[in-house]
Structures are given as structure tokens and as C-alpha cells.
Design a protein around this ligand. Structure first.
Ligand code: 5GP
Ligand code: ZN
Length: 117
């Protein structure tokens, strides 16, 4: 079972922000911003490339509820999903990063192919 499926099952604890029948939002263990929350579907899906339009339609209002709960709807935030190797995806269970709580840098490409961004 993957690490995020274990979080869904409660086998690994998480600092939850919000949950419904289909998704969980919890704080990232190694935050890259003052606020860094992950949103995952409860059913295992490898990556965004495998995510259906129907499921995305359910994810949208959930993510918006999370950002409102965190107050980021007022101040702004970044919504990111890393897809596959070049995207820097480390956990192969689809997750959306919500980053906020301060001004964010915009820097993507790393010219050393061995290093993640
Ligand atoms: P990726 O690089 O796959 O887009 O992002 C994976 C994210 O999951 C990273 O930001 C990492 O800090 C976070 N992460 C990995 N393992 C755990 C965990 O057990 N708990 C929590 N809360 N976050 C995790
Ligand atoms: Zn999983």
C-alpha cells in the first residue's frame, strides 16, 4: 500500500485540514511555504495524468473549501501537482499542493537532471 493510502486508512497519522467522502487535505510534513497543504483523492490514482474529468470536477470545490478554511482565498495561493519524473513527483499517489501564507518564488527548471527542483 502506498504512503498516502496509509494516511487515508489512518495507518500513518496526518494533520488533517478537511475531509469528505472522496478527498482528504492535510499539512505537508516538510513544508515548502508557511502554509503547505496536500489534497489527495481517497482512492489510489497514480498521478494527474490518470485523473478523470468527473473526479476533477469533485476536486475543485473541495480544494476551494480548503483554501477558504485556511484563509488563502483572501491572500492568494499556488495550486500545483507534480506529474511523473520530470515533474518531480516523489509520491506516486495523486496529490495537489496548496502553497501560501506568504509571497512565493517562481522557479522551475533545474539544469542538473539528477536533482529535483
Ligand atoms: P511530490 O514531490 O510527490 O509532489 O510531493 C510529495 C510531498 O509529500 C512532499 O512535499 C513531502 O514533504 C510530502 N510527504 C511525504 N511523505 C509524507 C507523510 O508521510 N506525511 C505528510 N504529511 N507529507 C508527506
Ligand atoms: Zn495510494
Amino acid at each position: 500500500m502506498c504512503i498516502f493510502c496509509k494516511i487515508v486508512d489512518g495507518e500513518i497519522p496526518s494533520n488533517k485540514v478537511l475531509e469528505n467522502d472522496d478527498f482528504i487535505a492535510f499539512h505537508d510534513i516538510n513544508p515548502s511555504a508557511p502554509v503547505h497543504v496536500l489534497v489527495i483523492p481517497k482512492k489510489h490514482i497514480d498521478c494527474f495524468q490518470e485523473f478523470s474529468a468527473e473526479d476533477m470536477a469533485k476536486a475543485t470545490p473541495f480544494i476551494q473549501e480548503v483554501t477558504s478554511k485556511l484563509g488563502l482565498d483572501k491572500t492568494g495561493y499556488r495550486l500545483v501537482t507534480n506529474n511523473g519524473s520530470d515533474g518531480g513527483q516523489e509520491v506516486l499517489h495523486l496529490h495537489f499542493h496548496i502553497l501560501g501564507g506568504g509571497k512565493l518564488k517562481w522557479n522551475h527548471y533545474h539544469d542538473d537532471p539528477k536533482k529535483a527542483i
